[in-house]
Ligand binder design. Structure first.
Ligand code: F6P
Length: 645
């Protein structure tokens, strides 16, 4: 840049000197003016630090609390959750919980937990299946029906306690007639304790979202039962659209921006992300009720990344067993760029962390149905009379949805094997199999049903005789009370699933037997086998082995039955449904506290940076310099912003 030689200029034409002088003056004036303008611009964008009072830590904390969070406990982490659970259990001891039951979760424990750990949080459950179905009968009467399946059996008692909102597909023919103008109905009808919000699906949506992607794709994909999953683009598109619709309804039902949303099952893999985008501060706990396969198997799904991404919108991803959790983490590791902390079982993807935890689902303890049952001998007599069974007949029972994963035909094969090897049992044992119609529109289900019915016809023809039918295959749905009646009547309960997330019938059988009698045959491929090793564990693919186990069960002494049943009852009592829900909600409460702490920390960090900027200004920095410092401090603040939980 050229300098200005004033001496030389003075010897030149004075007009030129005036010109240069004037231009110098003009430059200085422009500089002053532009600085002033810059200062004003800066003030408008970011009010000077000195003008705004910087809040103290306590003020910041109060402000964050006022935004809806509760005061955090000083410690966060697993020990904190354990302590909270202990507190909840202790504090309910005086509320009618017997001393020997201290440590057993009850509805009171859960209620207490909601009150103390998640004050004011609204609980929203989302599932495809609704807990109460209203059907229109011939003649126009409306009939109430409880669907078959473990999900609703497990969650209904929890919702009766939490008093929240349950969003589900309204699938009954009279469902429309029983809701209010907002598609809501208070349930259970005899003792309204929570709200059911029904979502209507068209036939087309049901075909592609429920039968198609959910049950013809994800169901066989996640169950290793050697049924080929089928994937097609239209199913996927409708699945995505229905997930979106449920997200709309969750947002509509949310009373504030911080609900606790409990998403259930494989029908809603995309929902966690969709809700996270619209309610970033929600606690989203997703529970996958079926197994999670290994990465190779899951990898055949054409939309694997989208599904994983959707699920990772959750704060907590729950599975029944640690094995499924490990499979899930391996799958994420294989297909997504993410950070995995194996020690804490956490996955960070796109700046958001999801905790992957095993939460074995269970049943209420004691089951409400038990209070309506007669003593065990009377239950037994009722069933024996109904099916015309001789008093010394050994009764084996099975209760499930008619599903190819349940290994129903496999247990019949084992019965046949027993008859072949031990013909003395022909005429001395009977199987009562309840197989509730399920997903009957799908060819794989139709085939499974046909094969079972044919097999039973042949077996009964071969081994039955006048007054004796070895297998009664009841292709109908039983209500809870009827199921408990049947389980109480049995000598042996057969759970021979080829693959099963948990299997709650195994736990119901145990709960039904306060007489401490009865033998449980349980597939090693059901999640329940991890919790109930005192059952007779079988491999349903091994027909001879299962027949041996059947024989062992039929001949087990009452003492051994008592010993095994007692242990299993302790387990199911302790690991009941209130504990399952309580532990998941504690996970949620813990994350909310962490979120809260991270919020306070981030805010303080921003304020500290702002204080630094102020002191530099006070030391005489230029306005431009101050703005630069402020922008830098804002950038820092942004970096320490916590990810959503
Ligand atoms: O076991 C998986 C599951 O989706 C459960 O969660 C549910 O109880 C059961 O299947 C019932 O299936 P559906 O709702 O298709 O009748």
């Amino acid at each position: 840049m050229m300098g200005i030689d004033l001496g030389a200029l003075l010897t030149q034409d004075s007009a030129a000197v005036y010109l240069v002088g004037a231009s110098l003056l003009l430059s200085v004036a422009a500089l002053v003016l532009s600085s002033a303008l810059l200062l004003r611009w800066g003030r408008n964008r970011h009010p000077p630090v000195a003008e705004a009072a910087i809040p103290t830590y306590d003020e910041t904390r109060r402000q964050v609390l006022a935004e809806g969070a509760r005061a955090p406990s000083p410690v966060v982490g697993a020990r904190d959750a354990h302590a909270a659970a202990q507190r909840a259990l202790r504090s309910t001891k005086g509320e009618g919980v017997a001393t020997d039951r201290l440590g057993t979760w009850t509805p009171e424990t859960l209620r207490h937990l909601l009150k103390t750990e998640l004050t004011g949080a609204q609980v929203i459950v989302v599932s495809n299946r609704e807990p109460f179905i209203h059907d229109l009968e011939e003649g126009g009467a409306v009939k109430l029906r409880a669907p078959a399946g473990g999900l609703v059996a497990a969650l209904d008692p929890v919702m009766r306690t939490c008093a929240g909102t349950w969003i589900a597909h309204g699938s009954g023919s009279a469902d429309h007639l029983t809701v209010d103008a907002h598609d809501r109905i208070a349930v259970p009808p005899d003792n309204p304790s929570y709200t059911l919000r029904r979502v209507w699906l068209s036939e087309h949506e049901e075909k592609h979202y429920y039968y198609g992607f959910s049950n013809d794709g994800l169901w066989p994909l996640c169950h290793v039962a050697f049924t080929r999953p089928s994937f097609n683009a239209e199913d996927w598109e409708v699945y995505e659209a229905v997930n979106k619709r449920f997200a709309d309804v969750v947002v509509e039902e949310a009373r504030d921006e911080r609900p606790v949303v409990l998403i259930q099952d494989y029908h809603f893999a995309l929902l966690p992300r969709m809700i996270r985008e619209r309610l970033p501060d929600a606690i989203i706990i997703t529970f996958w009720h079926i197994p999670w396969p290994n990465a190779e198997i899951f990898g055949i799904c054409p939309w694997r990344e989208r599904i994983l991404d959707g699920m990772l919108g959750s704060s907590v991803m729950g599975f029944h067993t640690q094995y499924y959790c490990n499979n899930f983490i391996e799958t994420v590791d294989r297909f997504l760029e993410s950070r995995i902390e194996r020690d804490s079982s956490a996955v960070t993807f796109g700046g958001h962390t999801t905790h992957v935890h095993a939460h074995p689902i269970s049943i209420e303890w004691p089951p409400a149905s038990l209070s309506r049952q007669p003593p065990v001998p009377a239950s037994r007599r009722a069933i024996f009379d109904r099916f015309n069974l001789a008093p010394d007949m050994k009764l084996c029972v099975g209760v499930e949805r008619f599903d190819y994963t349940k290994g129903i035909i496999d247990r019949f094969r084992a019965v046949e094997e027993l008859f072949k090897r031990h013909p003395e049992w022909i005429g001395r044992m009977v199987v009562l199999q309840v197989a509730a119609p399920s997903r009957t529109a799908l060819p794989a289900y139709q085939q499974c049903q046909r094969e079972c019915l044919d097999f039973v016809d042949e077996l009964n023809a071969r081994y039955g005789h006048e007054g004796y039918q070895p297998i009664h295959l009841l292709n109908e749905s039983y209500g809870k009370d009827e199921v408990y009646g049947l389980l109480r009547a049995a000598d042996l309960c057969m759970v021979t699933s080829l693959h099963d997330g948990m299997n709650l019938v195994a736990k119901e059988f145990v709960a039904a037997r306060e007489d401490e009698q009865g033998v449980l045959l349980l597939s090693s491929f059901a999640g329940a086998a991890k919790e109930l090793p005192e059952s007779i564990i079988i491999n349903p693919y091994d027909t001879c082995g299962t027949a041996d186990a059947l024989l062992r069960g039929l001949t087990m002494s009452p003492e051994e039955q008592r010993e095994r049943m007692r242990r299993m009852r302790e387990t199911v009592r302790e690991n009941n449904i209130y504990r399952w829900a309580g532990n998941m909600l504690l996970d949620g409460a813990r994350l909310r506290k962490r979120h809260h702490t991270a919020n306070v920390t981030a805010r303080l960090a921003r304020q500290q940076a702002a204080r630094g900027a102020l002191s530099r200004t006070a030391l005489g920095r230029t306005p431009l310099g101050r703005n630069v410092v402020r922008l830098v401090s804002m950038g820092k603040g942004k970096n320490v912003e916590p990810s959503h939980f």
